[in-house]
Design a protein around this ligand. Structure first.
Ligand code: SER
Length: 319
């Protein structure tokens, strides 16, 4: 049977790139994009799109039946910073949407699920460097709590009902095709836009706040790879650590200065500093490497070069 994929959250930071990549592999008509807001022109023009509030269970079910969906990528969520501003909505959106999809798989209406977790599942008691797969968790944000609960649901539905669910603990993601979506790591996307637009950036985290990050191209490849790996290779059903690279605002600013000599960064930490301080600084992703062959491609130098040249083309900036 051929696979038909539903991406929920196709207007978000990951969805914008993932839909286009999946359409290249599975064919335009076999990847249905959906979001509560309209997606990019590229997505709307290249294949099916459905307006969907993921909490609307009836409509979700109708779409799954209409297109004979076999795989769901559930990307709709409120990220860490936004979630702290509306904890009820964050819990409802992040947890209930996930349960809805797991139930569809339990009923065998769909075959496979991708659900993203995050470095936010770790908390201030977690070892900060080279954070292992299995360690003290105790997240301090509503986003992190919702993601940790989701990880436990993943494993539960897999073990008890045989649901084929796969998951990655994404670090902060950096890409040029879409805006960052309300997280604590957003500065690492915004800094490129501001560097090109105004040659200045005021960072909401302190100069030496080190966090794990990853280029979107690597993240998309990891996502598709874990979904395409044979089931027996996926030994962890809660969620896999995914390392990426680690850097500080000061380090990324230095890298940008190699291209934009008069770029200046200043610092005005806000409530997001506390969230960042509770997260790991670097991640150990040995399990992903061993189990399904994960390998990182982009370091900070390559990310900076690729981001600047693509954004420059996209907005026709000069520098
Ligand atoms: N990038 C996310 C955030 O900052 C972490 O998963 O919320």
């Amino acid at each position: 049977m051929k696979d038909v994929i539903l991406v929920i959250g196709s207007s978000g930071q990951i969805g914008t790139e993932l839909v286009l990549e999946l359409r290249k592999i599975y064919g335009n008509n076999n990847v249905v994009a959906s979001d509560i807001r309209a997606s990019s022109i590229e997505i709307l023009d290249s294949g099916p799109f459905e307006t969907l509030d993921v909490l609307d269970e009836k409509k979700l079910r109708a779409i799954v039946i209409k297109y004979k969906i076999t795989q769901v990528y559930l990307l709709a969520a409120l990220l860490s910073a936004k979630a702290e501003k509306d904890i009820e909505l964050a819990w409802k959106l992040n947890v209930r949407s996930h349960s809805n999809i797991l139930e569809l798989a339990k009923e065998r209406l769909i075959k496979k699920i991708f659900w993203p977790s995050s470095i936010a599942v770790f908390g201030s008691k977690t070892p900060k460097e080279n954070t292992p797969q299995y360690t003290i968790m105790e997240p301090n944000t509503v986003y992190g709590i919702s993601k940790l609960a989701g990880e436990r649901w993943n494993e539960y539905y897999h073990d008890k009902f045989g649901v084929d669910v796969r998951s990655l603990r994404y670090p902060g993601l950096i890409g040029w095709m879409s805006e960052a979506g309300g997280g604590t790591t957003d500065y690492a996307v915004n800094i490129f836009h501001e560097a090109l637009k105004t040659k200045k950036y005021c960072c909401f985290l302190k100069k030496n706040t080190k966090l794990p990050m990853m280029y979107m191209k690597d993240a998309i490849r990891a996502t598709i790879d874990i979904m395409e790996a044979p089931s027996e290779k996926i030994k962890i059903r809660s969620s896999y650590n995914l390392a990426g690279i680690s850097f500080t605002p000061n380090e990324i600013a230095k890298e940008i200065k190699k291209y934009i000599k008069d770029f200046e960064i200043s610092y005005k930490p806000d409530f997001r500093q506390k969230i960042a301080d509770s997260w790991p600084q670097s991640i150990n992703d040995q399990n992903a490497q061993c189990d399904w062959g994960w390998k990182l491609n982009y370091n900070l130098q390559k990310i900076t070069k690729d981001m600047l040249s693509n954004l420059k083309k996209k907005y026709q900036y000069n520098y």
